[in-house]
Design a protein around this ligand. Structure first.
Ligand SMILES: Nc1ncnc2c1ncn2[C@@H]1O[C@H](COP(=O)(O)OP(=O)(O)OP(=O)(O)O)[C@@H](O)[C@H]1O
Length: 116
């Protein structure tokens, strides 16, 4: 297997591991399915899809990175430590920022389609 393909397989396994172990990741994936189905139903424009795809990627990437940070913190600091808490809470904060951004973008994109 080529080096590039091996890296891809490892990365894919990381995504699968995050998706299967993290409740938040499952929630984001479910939300993405609902949003994409609604987008198909409504018939979003190319630009609207662009915005939706970008924010979905941001949220899923942030949640995946958050999972990685949680693993490293659990490994480095199995005992309670203020820095471990700060690291986890800050990483979770990053996910929250992307999720709020996604909701705002969703309102801008879907709002005009569903509001009278
Ligand atoms: N080693 C630790 N030291 C101090 N605080 C911690 C530590 N591990 C987790 N916490 C804090 O405890 C709270 C709850 O953490 P918890 O472990 O339930 O969730 P998480 O590890 O952040 O995410 P998940 O539930 O997805 O594993 C969070 O505020 C987190 O920062």
């Amino acid at each position: 297997m080529s080096r590039f393909l091996r890296s891809f397989v490892f990365a894919w396994s990381g995504i699968r591991s995050a998706a299967s172990s993290q409740a938040n990741m499952k929630f984001h994936l479910a939300a993405a399915i609902v949003v994409n189905a609604a987008g198909l139903l409504i018939g979003l424009s190319r630009l609207e899809w662009l915005a939706i795809v970008i924010v979905q990627g941001m949220v899923l990437a942030a949640e995946t990175m958050n999972t990685a940070i949680e693993h490293v913190v659990d490994l480095a600091s199995p005992q309670e430590h203020p820095l471990a808490k700060a690291a986890k809470d800050t990483a979770a904060g990053a996910v929250l920022i992307t999720a709020i951004t996604a909701v705002i973008v969703g309102l801008f994109v879907f709002g005009p389609h569903v509001l009278p």
